[in-house]
Design a protein around this ligand. Structure first.
Ligand code: NAD
Ligand code: UDX
Length: 469
């Protein structure tokens, strides 16, 4: 029976980094090497002062315990492949920007190059684990590529082991996962490889939480889980529009609905729209898959989850414009939060980007504060969001500052776009004193105590609440 002693992880990103760092922590007898072509990223993982490239609570602590012991970061992809018994492929799979399936299908180029590299370099048998989120049956393509290019006597077993961690809670999720899912071919060799990976997780995950299924079920379950989570948010956001129109309160509705044990209370928080690198991408991937399988009704069903999210974002921007007397041209707006959720510096598909793009197209002046996102990242995201506007022009309309208080000073409206806890500590009395009047606050995250702010004098609009400002 195969016993995993050396692991290589290709891709040192949001998934590969934390996942394999936790494997190294929990399995001191396994040597884990995380490789990436991006040298700056690898250097950051290796930095002497632990300035790791992603912000994730608890991550530095894990890296401190294992780096140099049984956890290594390197750009030497080939060496790590050569030495490993098991290789995670944890590269990015963004939505395709051009060609067939543009805007929907996953770009599998990075998965394919990593797979080809494994085939070209390996001189002994390997278990190759698909960790990236991929369309159903990608493992089949990986197997074909590996088998067509392998040396005599080398065998490759392919497993699917999708990752369910959420950013901001990655370490807690990895320490105590709801489940670990492993898909394999139902052959003797496939099951053997599956057991070898299950044994790695069994070092800290209870047996009953390690689910083993067929390859295609595993791949599809990942897309299904993300689609169903996002669907809950779109459902509650659709209801938030009804609340605003009727005077119902979305918090009360979520609470009442979530009390049904069949529905459950989690993931029913109305917001300005879901963001992040996964939900939209994975649903579009599912839509594309459904269309390729000639299932147009299924495709339309899932597509609506993304459309509702787009509607929610634009509906929020429109509320801001409408409330500010139908024009924000030349007005000064503070946007608090730029990351797609709290406790991460990640901005991929962040709702804040769509809002700011809308405000800029109305020719408002926008001041942004986020505790974790770098200025460089904000400029890059805004340039991509406004491709026809030169960055110099954007910079005339946008200011980035380093505290919430600074952002709010002398503004006509404040928008809460990310639910950072520190926004709860804002001294609203001082903010109010320094704002132009009437002073508006728009809460896109159900974060603030609206009544308290109204007592100070603010006009407050909260997503999913019908009250007058
Ligand atoms: P990422 O962009 O942060 O990291 C991917 C890394 O892979 C990059 O650093 C890139 O340089 C590297 N890479 C690409 N091709 C390579 C190659 N051929 N050789 C070596 N390195 C290569 O992406 P991520 O957020 O970590 O996501 C990775 C996968 O995991 C995606 O498929 C994603 O859908 C999935 N996923 C992400 C999350 C999440 O929360 N971010 C959660 C679950 C699953
Ligand atoms: C998600 C899945 O949760 C995770 O299992 C998968 O592995 C990757 O995709 P992530 O995108 O990191 O994780 O964060 P998540 O907590 O799911 O939040 C996604 C977006 O939904 C955020 O913008 C968040 O603010 C929003 N959200 C979440 C809501 O608007 N309401 C909710 O009730 C929950």
């Amino acid at each position: 029976p195969v016993q995993v002693k050396k692991i290589c992880c290709i891709g040192a990103g949001y998934v590969g980094g934390p996942t394999c760092a936790v494997i190294a922590l929990k399995c001191p007898h396994i040597q884990v090497t995380i490789v990436d072509l991006n040298k700056a990223r690898v250097d950051a993982w290796n930095s002497p002062d632990f300035a790791v490239p992603i912000y994730e609570p608890g991550l530095v602590d894990v890296v401190k315990q294992c780096r140099g012991r049984n956890l290594f970061f390197s750009t030497d992809v080939d060496k790590a492949i050569l030495e490993a018994d098991l290789i995670f492929v944890s590269v990015n799979t963004p939505t395709k920007k051009s060609g067939v399936g543009a805007g929907f299908a996953a770009d599998l180029n990075y998965v394919e190059s990593a797979t080809r590299r494994i085939a070209a370099v390996a001189t002994s048998s390997k278990i190759v684990v698909e960790k990236s989120t991929v369309p159903c049956r990608t493992a089949e393509s990986m197997r074909t590529i590996l088998e067509a290019n392998s040396r005599p006597g080398t065998r490759f077993d392919i497993l699917s082991n999708p990752e369910f961690l959420a950013e901001g809670t990655a370490i807690a999720d990895l320490f105590k996962p709801d489940r670990v899912l492993i898909g394999s071919l139902q052959t003797t060799e496939g099951k053997e490889a599956c057991r070898a990976l299950a044994d790695v997780y069994a070092n800290w995950v209870p047996q009953e939480r390690i689910l083993t299924v067929g390859l295609w079920s595993s791949e599809l379950s990942k897309l299904a889980a993300n689609a169903m989570l996002a669907q809950r948010i779109s459902s509650i956001n659709a209801l938030s529009a009804i609340c605003e129109a009727t005077g119902a309160n979305i918090d009360e509705v979520s609470h009442a609905v979530g009390f049904d044990s069949r529905i459950g209370p989690k993931f029913l928080r109305a917001s300005v729209g879901f963001g992040g690198s996964c939900f939209q991408k994975d649903i579009l991937n599912l839509v594309y898959l459904s269309e390729s399988l000639h299932l147009p009704q299924v495709a339309a069903y899932w597509r609506q989850v993304v459309e509702m999210n787009e509607y929610q974002k634009s509906r929020f921007s429109k509320t801001v414009v409408d409330t500010l007397f139908n024009t924000i041209t030349g007005k000064h707006i503070a946007v608090l939060g730029f990351a797609f959720k709290a406790d991460t510096g990640d901005t991929r598909e962040s709702a804040a980007i769509s809002l700011i793009r809308d405000f800029l197209s109305e020719r408002a002046f926008v001041t942004i504060y986020d505790p974790q996102v770098s200025e460089e990242q904000i400029w890059q995201d805004l340039s991509e969001a406004c491709p026809t506007t030169p960055l110099e022009t954007i910079k005339k309309q946008v200011t980035i500052v380093h505290s919430a208080l600074e952002a709010c000073t002398q503004k006509e409206a404040i928008i809460i776009a990310t639910e950072w806890k520190e926004f709860l500590e804002i001294d609203w009395q001082t903010v109010y004193a320094n704002m132009s009047k009437p002073a508006f606050v728009f809460d896109g995250r159900l974060l603030i105590d609206a009544d308290k702010l109204r007592k100070i004098g603010f006009k407050v609009k909260v997503i999913g609440r019908g009250e007058r400002v």
